[in-house]
Design a protein around this ligand. Structure first.
Ligand SMILES: [Zn+2]
Length: 134
């Protein structure tokens, strides 16, 4: 089985992890539609590990939804990877609506996180008394 080094999404550049997740026009279109809370020059200029770390750690909420950017970014990465694998491994056409996939997953995650904030713990005050001396 011959494996091409070209990106199977755009067929314009060699495939690297950073190309698939950020620099390919498929990824770029997704990120642009999600409005990252940092300047595009910074977003597109960071090295891969720093890019992942900074975006995952951003606690600002997205301008699109009241959800932390780090959550949306994480699901963006995951969705881009699944999309890439669908095209390369299952020969899908890659025409999914990635933005709606990301937002649906992020909303579900955020909702579950909020729903579980009610504690099932209950505090019960107890005391102890000396036993009667006989
Ligand atoms: Zn590409």
């Amino acid at each position: 089985m011959e494996v091409s080094s070209m990106c199977q999404l755009c067929r314009e550049s060699s495939e690297s992890i950073l190309h698939v997740l950020r620099d390919c026009h498929v990824a770029h279109n997704l990120w642009t539609s999600l409005s990252p809370p940092m300047a595009e020059s910074i977003f597109c200029g960071l090295k891969s590990s720093e890019w992942l770390r900074q975006n995952c750690c951003i606690s600002k909420t997205s301008p699109i939804l009241d959800i932390r950017w780090g959550i949306i970014f994480s699901f963006g990465i995951w969705t881009l990877w699944l999309n890439r694998n669908g095209v390369v491994l299952r020969h899908e056409n890659g025409q999914r609506n990635l933005k709606s996939d990301v937002l649906a997953k992020a909303m579900e995650f955020a909702y579950i996180g909020r729903a579980n904030r009610t504690s099932t713990r209950r505090q019960i005050a107890i005391s102890w008394r000396f036993p009667p001396l006989t």
